[in-house]
Design a protein around this ligand. Sequence first.
Ligand code: AMP
Length: 396
Amino acid sequence: MKIMSVNAGSSSLKFQLLRMPEELEIASGIVERIGNNNAEFTLKFNGEKFVSKDLVILDHSVAVDLVINSLIEHKVIETLDEIQGVGHRVVQGGELFKDSVIIDDEVVLKIASLNDLAPLHNPAHIIGINAFRKILPNVVQVAVFDTTFHQTMPAENYLYAVPYEWYEKHGVRKYGAHGTSHQYVSQEAIKRLGNKENSKIIVCHIGNGASITAVLDGKSVDTSMGLTPLEGIPMGTRSGNIDPSIFQLMNKKEGYSLEKTLNELNKSSGYLGVSGVSHDSRDIIAAAEQGNKRAQLALDIQSKRIADYIASYYVLLGGLDALVFTAGIGENSKELRLNVCKRLEVLGIEIDEEKNNSRGDKEISKDTSKVKIWVIPTNEEVMIARDVIRLGNFKK
Ligand code: AMP
């Protein structure tokens, strides 16, 4: 059976077509710069990459049409009917969604009611959902939220110590993000632990956006991202945790508005802000190797903060079975993994430098390590497709 996994952004539409239940990618692609007359479409299929440039794609419906037509044109599918389900990634499900859900009009309204919590993402997801519902009206569509995996956090971990009415009236609390990835990776880790009961796992999803989650017996009990993805560890361009008094100081000294400072914390901080070199870890690592001190500092600040979270979650979980690295940097940067793990030796977390140097899905801990350290590639698309199958009630 063929299931489509979709991630719609404000000007982009990413998709992957999967063969389920085998969990194999059939084709994938992205439409970029939707809304412009220089849009670009990339389709990957059968080991080949087809790129179309300078397209006029005025909205997401046109983009979905293009995707579907090109799947037919390239004989990925013969007819529309072959797509039996569509899963949509949605960043913010607030407290309204404790699980993925089959999309109907009411669900779309509920997702829209959370726009204030994810102003850049949720409106874009709705545009994507509506476009797919229009073109595939009889196909089951499922919303899979980045936040639902974290809905199991206890109140003492998700509440901020601010006036309680802020939570009651406006939903001010920690929601977390990357839940689909944390869930997929922790499930893989649990399998590798032989389905051990009460397993204690920390997942480090370190990509351009980055978050860390403590997973107890398969459930998220704490995570580093907060009301928005800005909280937690420093990332490509995000600051991670700061003292909010910085807002007042920057207003006084530079006349920065709330929006301006928030924008700088989201877009000009992290690797980019500290190093002044780039938001991309490959550039930072290369610059640090050539002796750029600020690039090294950007890496060290991030690794130090990641280690802080791991140590704190170690205590929260009451020990640790496995520490897992995933996402672009977690999977590919031996430098990051070494920099983090070296700071954690006191907890019996011992990285094997030789194993760490090799690539791919692997164990990188020493035989003497009390904690397994794994690199497990994430697969949010598979997780989304699994939920389409689970909720879609398909006949076997
Ligand atoms: P993601 O957001 O998960 O796609 O991850 C993007 C990040 O992964 C970027 O900062 C990339 O520089 C980083 N990345 C990808 N490949 C490598 C690599 N081989 N070494 C270090 N970082 C990498």
